[in-house]
Design a protein around this ligand. Structure first.
Ligand code: CAO
Length: 424
């Protein structure tokens, strides 16, 4: 089966998480992703959070599937020569260096356009133009600056960051959309373009509903928030604990075994269309006709009592038993799944969302596969490359350099010794 991005070649100058997330997605759709790494060390994550000494970390392997690796020193004359040649032959260049780093290396937008007017240059930066434009940014900084931390957690606790990497991976996903959109536009314009996605902007985009609530606050208390009716609202959206962010009230409720299992909980949504079924299931049929409970607006000031009552029922069931019963009545709910449960979930294995990958130095490991399923573009997950594993192959097959040139380049500090670090 062919792949959606067959024929697209990407010069991948990314590192850490945000950029690699983007290029990994494009590689899964069939793009030829050539990852440029610094000779000797490579992407810093190869050596971060290492669980096995001298073996590429899971941090690296899980973000760099289906890519080829070439080592190039972008500040060296011969290294620049190879990079220039790659810019000429690639469709897209993706980078997430600190602000100004690519320019300092000599790869200004003007220089890139001169070499290849069809080139799409895609960048992740921490902030857009403004007071923080020059700042370096990591995941949690973006979560804090993008509105996620101030709206996550409980009212009586500090701002809280989430486990989902919305700053890094979230921005990478946004950038991938920018790239395929620019490729589409290039079909008619014939030109490349420059794409920038700021991590703060991406997080804010994902926190859109909280900016909605900020404006609703001007017109009265947020009645689905746990602060209503007894607590206080200030002038900014408060942290809503586990209350639902949508129009249907929801909460996390204890299930049987919660005393010893930290994940024995269920997310329960008291969806209005199935309210009568909820009343029957939890043994409160009288609520169906009680004016204090029958209609959604009447329930809003009583949500705490309602969820406490539902919890008395969920505590008699395991999260999976409760799920099975509620599902029969179309009551929206979901178990709180631990990473262990997700890793062992056979249906996620069957769809390729969780995959087992074989790596030459680490052996087998689990990864998250492509979550986007397409009927006419298969997605296989191939292991991440060793450092510089494809340097020679790329010089020969992509850049068409002859034997003499290849030998000269491989001996130069511009490409460095071809380090197969993980294998040594
Ligand atoms: N050849 C030569 N030089 C190279 C190179 C190569 N192959 N690869 C990197 N370098 C150089 C860069 O050009 C830069 O040089 P100067 O700043 O001295 O001109 C230097 O290495 C360091 O790059 P950096 O500043 O991007 O890296 P850092 O580790 O100091 O910062 C990070 C990391 C992530 C904070 C920063 O890159 C950043 O803010 N990026 C944008 C936001 C982002 O993507 N954050 C996500 C982080 S997690 O995904």
């Amino acid at each position: 089966m062919s792949k959606a991005l067959d024929g697209v070649r990407i010069l991948d100058f990314t590192h850490v998480q945000s950029g690699p997330t983007c290029t990994q997605l494009l590689a899964w759709f069939g793009a030829d992703v050539i990852k440029v790494e610094r000779p000797g060390t490579g992407d810093i994550t190869r050596q971060q959070l290492q669980d096995i000494p001298k073996v590429d970390s899971l941090y690296f392997t899980m973000l760099n599937h289906n890519k080829r690796s070439i080592t190039i020193d972008g500040r060296n004359k011969q290294g620049k020569e190879v990079l220039d040649a790659l810019v000429k032959t690639c469709d897209v260049m993706v980078e997430n260096f600190a602000p100004g780093a690519l320019d300092r290396m000599g790869f200004t937008w003007e220089h890139i356009q001169e070499l290849n007017p069809r080139m799409i240059l895609a960048s992740v930066k921490g902030f857009g133009p403004g007071p923080y434009v020059d700042c370096k940014v990591y995941e949690n900084v973006a979560q804090c600056a993008g509105g996620a931390a101030s709206t996550t957690g409980f009212d009586d606790g500090p701002p809280t960051v989430t486990g989902a990497q919305i700053g890094d991976s979230g921005t990478g996903v946004h950038l991938a959309l920018g790239i395929v959109t620019a490729l589409f536009q290039r079909n008619t314009s014939g030109r490349g373009q420059k794409i920038t996605v700021a991590m703060q902007d991406s997080v804010l985009n994902l926190c859109r509903v909280k900016l909605r609530d900020q404006q609703r606050l001007a017109h009265g208390p947020l009645m689905e928030y746990p602060q209503y009716p007894d607590g206080e609202f200030g002038d900014a959206v408060p942290r809503a604990g586990n209350a639902s962010g949508g129009g249907q009230p929801g909460s996390i409720l204890k299930c049987k075994g919660w005393e010893t299992d930290p994940n024995s909980y269920l997310y329960f949504i008291a969806q209005a269309p199935v309210w009568e079924s909820i009343c029957d299931v939890i043994g409160k049929p009288e609520w169906k006709s009680d004016p204090d409970y029958a209609k959604p607006p009447a329930r809003l000031p009583r949500l705490k009592h309602i969820f406490d009552t539902i919890e008395q029922w969920t505590m008699t069931k395991t999260k999976f038993e409760a799920m099975e019963i509620l599902d029969k009545y179309d009551i929206p709910c979901g178990p709180i799944l631990s990473m262990k449960e997700l890793a062992e979930d056979q249906s996620l294995r069957a769809t390729g969302t969780v995959v087992e990958v074989e790596h030459p130095t680490r052996g087998k490991y689990l990864s998250v596969g492509n979550p986007i399923k397409m009927s006419d573009s298969a997605s296989d997950v191939r292991r991440s490359p060793l450092l510089g594993e494809h340097t020679e192959e790329i010089l020969r097959d992509v850049l068409k350099f002859d034997d003499r040139k290849v030998a000269e380049l491989l001996a130069s500090p511009g490409l460095g010794a071809v380090t197969r670090m993980a294998a040594e």
